[in-house]
Design a protein around this ligand. Structure first.
Ligand code: TYM
Length: 334
């Protein structure tokens, strides 16, 4: 089993990232057997699709590295690195540009969302972003890729690219990766709008809970979260058509390792005036130790850089045979 996943180091780690992906990364790392290996990386090469100044970008990578370690990624057991330190990602992405089709990329909903109405003004990087993502995954022969629901389409594209490359060149260079998507928390929604996903790019900070939020900020955000006037139903079925209530119950269920049905049974007939403080408490208790660890880790840039350097050396060594095989399959002599 080869587990691999990435996160863009832009903005803070938020609850959507944590419950949708990172918690699963940590679980898979902790349950790994001797034959398995986990690779987790900061997609800083992907983050060039958002303009950022030099200093801020350097800070962002260290912030996200600290956030992942604080969330439970252990750099001694998992390979933790940033893409820019491993040039094989950019190299393989270029090779795969010969395989990926414009029509495939045109169908990517994330590109459509991010480019918005001004497609002509979007960067080429934003358009070919999923090809770099395929390279990230295929370089390591990843078998399992733990992600949130929004990355499913990119995973399917990675499989299509791998299949076409293998077929076109008559080789078996790439392994087809399978997405691992959590059942309950695959899509954590904004606290201000139950139909929009919780995201780093939402202009309102009230829409998300960040790993770095203090206890009182978390409580305030939960108390101000949009809800409806109805009490909680007896079963999760009664949440139909109530996106904000569905989201908050889902978050509670995930955090307490329970199910939406069990949470509804616990709070049946109660209003959000009773439910929100309980949810706030649960969030505070879960996030506080992670935040404290993050603050501690963030005081030592050199230690974080050393973790990423060490991870990058291991990643580069693991990537090399596949990169070499891809060049060779294409008749490109290095
Ligand atoms: P990114 O940085 O947007 O998000 C990191 C992970 O968090 C998940 N996620 C969510 N899950 C549930 N609810 C939400 N509201 C929510 N918001 C984010 C994402 O699904 C993701 O798993 N393109 C990727 C990074 C990437 C990658 C890769 C991932 C680059 N190369 C290779 C896997 C494999 C991205 O931008 O994720």
């Amino acid at each position: 089993m080869r587990v691999l996943s990435g996160i863009q180091p832009t903005g803070n780690l938020h609850l959507g990232n944590y419950l949708g992906a990172i918690r699963n990364w940590v679980r898979m790392q902790d349950e790994m057997d001797a034959d398995s290996q986990c690779f987790f990386f900061l997609a800083d090469m992907h983050s060039i699709t958002v303009h950022e100044g030099r200093e801020q970008r350097i800070r962002n990578v260290r912030d996200m590295a600290a956030a992942l370690v604080a969330s439970g990624i252990d750099p001694d057991r998992s390979v933790l690195f940033n893409q820019a330190r491993v040039p094989a990602h950019a190299e393989l992405a270029w090779l795969l540009n010969g395989t990926a089709r414009i029509g495939w990329l045109n169908r990517m909903t994330q590109f459509k969302d991010k480019a918005g109405k001004d497609r002509e003004g979007a960067s080429v990087g934003l358009f070919v972003y999923p090809v770099l993502q395929a390279a990230d995954i295929l370089l390591y022969q990843a078998t399992h890729v733990p992600v949130g629901e929004d990355q499913k389409q990119h995973l399917e594209l990675s499989r299509d690219i791998a299949t076409k490359f293998n077929t076109d060149f008559g080789v078996d260079v790439f392994t087809l990766p399978a997405p691992i998507i959590p059942k309950e928390s695959a899509r954590i929604m904004s606290l201000r709008d139950g139909t929009a996903k919780m995201s780093k790019s939402d202009p309102s900070d009230m829409s998300r809970i960040n790993l770095t939020d203090e206890d009182d900020a978390i409580m305030t955000k939960v108390k101000k979260a949009k809800t409806d006037p109805e009490p909680l139903p007896e079963t999760a079925e009664g949440l139909a058509g109530r996106p904000e209530a569905t989201n908050l119950v889902g978050i509670y269920a995930t955090l307490s390792n329970s199910t939406p049905d069990a949470v509804c049974a616990q709070f049946a007939g109660k209003g959000f005036g009773a439910f929100k403080p309980a949810l706030g408490e649960l969030l505070v208790e879960t996030l506080r130790p992670m935040r404290e660890r993050f603050v501690e880790l963030r005081t030592d840039d050199a230690a974080l850089d050393a973790i990423l350097d060490k991870g990058a050396a291991k990643a580069a060594a693991a990537a090399e045979p596949t990169l070499r095989a891809a060049y060779d399959a294409m008749g490109l002599m290095r």
